[in-house]
Design a protein around this ligand. Structure first.
Ligand SMILES: Cc1cc2nc3c(=O)[nH]c(=O)nc-3n(C[C@H](O)[C@H](O)[C@H](O)COP(=O)(O)OP(=O)(O)OC[C@H]3O[C@@H](n4cnc5c(N)ncnc54)[C@H](O)[C@@H]3O)c2cc1C
Length: 465
């Protein structure tokens, strides 16, 4: 038997691992595998910071597995085709009866798994990435919901009725069980670049960050989560994106702390659970509509839109040189840290697609190439929501005003000042759109606005109509 880790880099609440352990003799050293497929990862636009984050978690996983008498072999394979070839040969040479893994949702990953099965790799798959099994929450016609709120209601009903499984952590073996003299050695760790060092490993987050967030921050999450200068959100997206933390564990712990949460949808704490349900919604969309992995608009009405796509405007957006301070500060946060606050993701995505009339796919790709939490389902869902091409999306005539957004969600310009030090000395009132003030004071330390908000809004309405 062989255990194959993919987008589930954890031992905590890992269904494939739990099954594997049930089947194995604890006294025999077992083998697990993880493929480093940099060429494939780059083809999927994974960022350098995400790759570093994965490698650090793979190194930690190897240590945790050793305590379960499992040796993790890290194999370098360029792409999915090479992974299949490796598995075919390995299974043949070692007469492997089962290769155990957790499913992934994306199209190429699914195709790889299908090819494995077709070519005789005895793959047995479980599901580790969602709380409620994908495909279980359907509307009366047996289809996936197209609107979030009824999906959420049905999701809650489902969880109240059937619960969800949570497997906990496997028990590490004792020294006696491990047979110290014979115990396997840790493989050579993967070399990490250090790019993701600001993010602690999942084990530390489970121990300190999550309990603290549940205890101190969720009650005010709804009130504060839209203000990028405040650290009011959980910061868990990178861990969920690579499967280093289980969403079922998050809910299990949440229910322990707030036992009525599933029926308390008007409580302040529910707002955070709502986000985990959005995550499930988007994962189900990709699961049901595989075209979303292939850059298709959710709404077919938009398939053949001819976006003007100015490369110069796109470049200015990427570099944070639009002349709209909130947009520029947000893009600098992304470029400097590999993460961006949710409110700002909505603002910059709206700005790119509506003010600059650039195809949402350009923004989606750029985000994937920069984000530590790059995740096809959430990223695609977010971009298509902002571009109004998606499922339960923003109506096309809603165009975020980047100045108004700045005044509302960064009223004192604290966030802007952090990422645009050139504007640090400006009065609060002027910082959201400083051009008149700068001209009056003969200051030239900021970019001119690349588009005029009012004109761009009218052009967007016209274009979308
Ligand atoms: C244009 C755009 C692109 C995005 N790209 C990604 C992406 O690549 N990866 C990603 O994980 N999220 C993405 N999001 C969703 C959201 O911005 C991040 O999940 C969130 O900012 C992460 O911060 P947090 O962990 O502190 O979240 P919290 O506010 O603490 O929320 C808890 C968890 O819920 C999930 N979640 C929260 N908001 C959303 C949402 N709108 N959609 C789906 N899941 C959500 C995340 O897993 C998050 O960790 C995107 C949103 C937009 C508008």
């Amino acid at each position: 038997m062989l255990l194959w880790f993919r987008n589930d880099i954890r031992i905590h609440d890992n269904p494939a691992l739990a099954y594997f352990l049930e089947q194995q003799q604890a006294s025999e050293t077992a083998k697990a595998i993880f493929f480093v497929s940099e060429k494939q990862w780059l083809a999927h636009d994974w960022s350098a910071i995400k790759i570093d984050f994965i490698k650090r978690h793979v190194n930690a996983l190897a240590e945790q597995l050793l305590a379960l008498n499992i040796v993790l072999e890290v194999v370098h394979c360029d792409d999915f085709a090479a992974q299949i070839e490796y598995l075919k040969n390995y299974c043949h040479q070692h007469s492997v009866s089962e290769v155990v893994a957790n499913k992934e949702i994306e199209f190429n990953e699914n195709q790889r798994d299908k090819s494995c099965l077709e070519q005789g790799v005895p793959l047995r798959m479980f599901e580790s990435d969602v709380i409620v099994k994908k495909g279980s929450v359907l509307n009366k016609s047996g289809e996936m919901y197209k609107v979030f709120t009824p999906y959420k209601r049905a999701w809650l009903t489902y969880v109240k009725q059937y619960g969800f499984s949570y497997l906990g952590k496997p028990r590490p073996l004792t020294e006696k069980e491990l047979n110290v003299n014979n115990s396997p050695k840790l493989p050579k760790p993967l070399t990490c670049s250090g790019a993701s060092d600001a993010w602690p490993l999942a084990a530390e987050v489970e121990q300190h960050v999550i309990p603290q967030f549940y205890q101190e921050k969720v009650a005010s999450y709804g009130e504060k989560r839209d203000f990028p200068a405040i650290k009011a959100t959980s910061g868990l997206s990178p861990y969920l994106a690579i499967g280093a933390i289980s969403p079922r564990y998050l809910l299990q712990l949440y229910i322990q702390r707030f036992p009525d949460i599933l029926v308390a949808s008007d409580s302040p704490e529910f707002t955070w659970l709502n986000e985990l349900i959005w995550r499930e919604f988007y994962r189900n969309l990709v699961f049901h509509q595989q075209d979303l992995s292939k850059h298709k608009c959710f709404n077919p009405k938009y398939h053949n839109v001819k976006w003007p796509n100015s490369p110069e405007l796109f470049q200015a957006w990427c570099e944070g040189k639009t002349g709209y301070p909130l947009v520029d500060a947000a893009m600098r946060q992304l470029n400097q840290t590999g993460w961006m606050h949710n409110r700002l993701r909505m603002v910059v995505a709206s700005f790119l697609t509506k003010h600059l009339l650039i195809d949402w796919r350009w923004g989606e790709k750029y985000f994937m190439q920069q984000l530590i939490d790059g995740d096809l389902a959430a990223n695609n869902g977010g971009w298509q929501w902002a571009a109004s091409t998606g499922c339960d999306a923003q109506p096309y005539f809603r165009v975020f005003n980047p100045i108004r957004q700045s005044e509302r969600f960064d009223p004192k310009g604290e966030f802007i000042r952090k990422y645009l030090p050139e504007l640090a000395e400006l009065p609060d009132k002027e910082i959201h759109f400083p051009h008149i003030y700068l001209a009056k004071n003969n200051l030239k330390n900021y970019w001119p606005a690349i588009v005029d908000h009012k004109q761009a809004r009218l052009a967007a309405l016209d274009f979308y109509r």
